[in-house]
Write a protein that binds this ligand. Structure first.
Ligand code: ATP
Length: 312
């Protein structure tokens, strides 16, 4: 055992993180790769639960960063919209590698990233679904900020969908970034995500050819923003426009964003009830009305971890 092993093992003990024997996993299959290393899907032999195993490339990540990421996961592990850390494992099949053959054992999200989900399913989403997704994102960031954790890298490829519920899953590991990030930077990113939920695609998607990138960045710094998508509820526009204000001090905090979205859902439900009542009244007078403009699927937030309704 080397000193890196010692550090990780100490962290597992201190933070009461469960260790799983690597041999207890079967059907291990590569499903993705990010800056830090590869991600595999696997099934635990005892209980048939599917998990994600996240590995680390020794060149790209330091032990300190891995230990920090473990601690971050532990701090926010209670939130249903943040991918749960089940524990850690170690791939002993590769004894020549450094201790970075440790892997995280994570909750598995079954429906890909938010960006790909929007690409494939946008036309099937009601406004209620979109606001519901927005609320879940705000709720996850609210719980990070409550622990004074800043995400710093929030975008639709960092949010995974599990049975239709978005789970924001990555605390940022990059401590050496040049930019200074604060909670209001996350709020800006939430504003951009809310716009993406209204459009189905990331901002300025047609303007980001390499030769246009530099001028686009200057434009954005000068306050240029995407145009609103027709049909977007005005209260929703107000929320994301406040989030992406140029001056960070003018942006709301995440709690305010969360409450704004929650009110929007409550108001929509009241509209639905009103329409349903109108509809009943009309039916008793011999006419029919099929005009529910928002499907009532907000239970997704309440029914986390059930097969029909959950949100990375
Ligand atoms: N818990 C998970 N469940 C299902 N798929 C996952 C999970 N974690 C990661 N993936 C898949 O693996 C891909 C890469 O994940 P990773 O965490 O490396 O993303 P990244 O944010 O691009 O990387 P980094 O944070 O290192 O820059 C994801 O885009 C996703 O498709």
């Amino acid at each position: 055992m080397n000193s890196s092993d010692d550090l990780i093992q100490k962290c597992l003990i201190d933070w009461r993180i469960k260790f799983y024997e690597y041999t207890r996993f079967k059907d291990i299959e590569l499903i993705g790769e990010g800056g830090h290393g590869k991600v595999y899907r696997a099934t635990h032999k005892n209980n048939e639960i599917t998990v994600a195993l996240k590995s680390f490339k020794s060149n790209n990540v330091t032990i300190k960063e891995i230990v920090n990421e473990l601690k971050l996961h532990c701090k926010v592990d209670m939130h249903s919209n943040i991918i749960r850390l089940h524990g850690a494992t170690k791939n002993e099949d590769q004894p020549n590698l450094s201790s970075l053959n440790y892997m995280f054992v994570l909750e598995y999200a079954d429906s890909g990233t938010l960006r790909s989900y929007l690409r494939n399913h946008f036309n099937y989403l009601s406004w209620n679904d979109k606001i519901n997704f927005a609320l879940q994102i705000a709720s996850a960031i609210k719980s990070l900020h409550a622990e004074d954790i800043i995400h710093r890298d929030l975008h639709s490829n960092n949010i995974l969908i599990h049975q239709k519920n978005p789970q924001s899953f990555e605390g940022s590991r990059n401590e050496n970034r040049t930019f200074i990030f604060n909670k209001k930077s996350d709020v800006y990113s939430v504003g951009v995500l809310l716009w993406e939920l209204s459009s189905g695609y990331p901002p300025f998607k047609d303007d980001v050819k390499p030769y246009q990138l530099a001028s686009l960045i200057v434009d954005i710094k000068n306050g240029v923003r995407e145009t609103h998508i027709e049909g977007t509820p005005s209260e929703y526009i107000k929320i994301y426009s406040e989030c992406w204000q140029h001056n960070p001090d003018s942006r709301p905090d995440i709690q305010q964003v969360f409450l704004g979205l929650k009110n929007l859902i409550t108001n929509n439900k009241q509209s639905i009830n009103r329409i349903a009542q109108d509809s009943n009244t009309l039916e008793t007078h011999g006419s029919t009305r099929n005009s529910l403009f928002i499907s009532d699927s907000t239970e997704g937030i309440l029914m986390q971890n059930t097969s029909s309704s959950l949100l990375n």
